[in-house]
Ligand binder design. Structure first.
Ligand code: 2AM
Ligand code: CA
Ligand code: CA
Ligand code: CA
Length: 281
């Protein structure tokens, strides 16, 4: 059943349109913004651009789907369990949009061109649409449940490496210095010598899109929130890859750490992170 759509725009069309508009605006503000603020610590940044992009995204989604709920990073109280707490409050929602208006804020602030807009739609807790947009490269990654994942009109497939020593793997270092970062440093220590090489580029959503596109064979990170992963997760599963938490448990909106891969190297990654005591909980 179509839930009170204005006109006949599909969920996916609205997600694409919204991510594109927000992304274009974000890029127009590169190097030209002020009012840099700190959230939980001096490593946790937010700008007027994060907030403005979220407002723009909320407005566009609400115009088309006024009865849907929206969970966005800049709309919730910051904190270690921000996303889970917020998810509890919208657990009644049939349709829930999960939005990271700007994933890679630190990169944006420094002019390092690796950041993205991430928009997902969940139906009864299951992600059914995911869009990640990199406005610097004008690359829009889109997936629909059961219909595949696409980049520039071409179907995406995950990479085909069978072992870690042939794999390019990415990870992330969260702003959380007390818990997530030390855990992930152990992961890097363990994984570094096993893989072809490691990348840590600072946008979880974009790293996951790269796994979907076959540019990375795998990605893991500790200390994430639902809006960092929801769109990336469906991009990967619809590209033939696998997404779990770092212990190998099934992915859900509530997970706080993620392991995403082409599938072939998944168990090997779970084993290595486990052996290094580098998994989330
Ligand atoms: P952000 O840029 O939207 O904040 C980098 O490793 C990843 O961690 C990014 O996806 C980044 O998202 C996210 N991140 C940054 N600060 C964080 C924090 N304090 N807690 C959890 N995740 C964070
Ligand atoms: Ca943030
Ligand atoms: Ca984020
Ligand atoms: Ca963000």
């Amino acid at each position: 059943p179509i839930s009170s759509a204005v006109g006949s725009k599909s969920f996916t069309a609205v997600a694409i349109n919204t991510a594109s508009k927000a992304g274009e605006w974000i890029v127009s503000k590169l190097g030209d913004f002020n009012n840099l603020q700190l959230k939980s610590s001096m490593h946790d940044l937010v700008t007027e651009v994060d907030k403005g992009a979220e407002k723009m995204i909320r407005n566009l989604i609400q115009t088309h789907f006024p009865h849907h709920e929206i969970l966005g990073e800049e709309g919730v109280e910051p904190g270690p369990d921000a996303s889970r707490k917020a998810l509890e409050q919208v657990s009644h929602a049939e349709y829930l949009w999960i939005v990271d208006p700007l994933d890679g804020t630190t990169n944006f602030v420094h002019g390092f061109p690796f950041f993205s807009v991430s928009i997902a739609l969940a139906h009864k807790g299951e992600v059914i649409v995911g869009v990640v947009y990199n406005p610097v490269h004008n690359e829009l990654y889109v997936a629909e449940k059961g219909k595949g994942a696409y980049l520039k009109g071409k179907r995406m497939r995950v990479s085909s490496e069978l072992t870690l020593d042939h794999s390019l793997i990415a990870t992330g270092l969260s702003a959380d210095r007390s818990h997530a970062m030390p855990v992930n440093m152990r992961g890097i220590q363990a994984m570094g010598p096993k893989v072809r090489n490691l990348r840590v580029a600072g946008s979880a959503a974009l790293h996951m899109a790269y796994v979907a596109a076959g540019r990375l064979s795998g990605f893991w990170e500790i200390g994430l929130n639902s809006w960092d992963m929801a769109a990336g997760a469906i991009l990967i599963t619809e590209s033939g890859g696998r997404v779990t938490d770092t212990l190998g448990n099934p992915y859900s909106l509530n997970v706080r750490h993620v392991l995403a891969s082409n599938g072939h190297i998944h168990d090997e990654m779970v084993r290595e992170l486990g052996a290094a005591n580098a998994t989330g909980f």
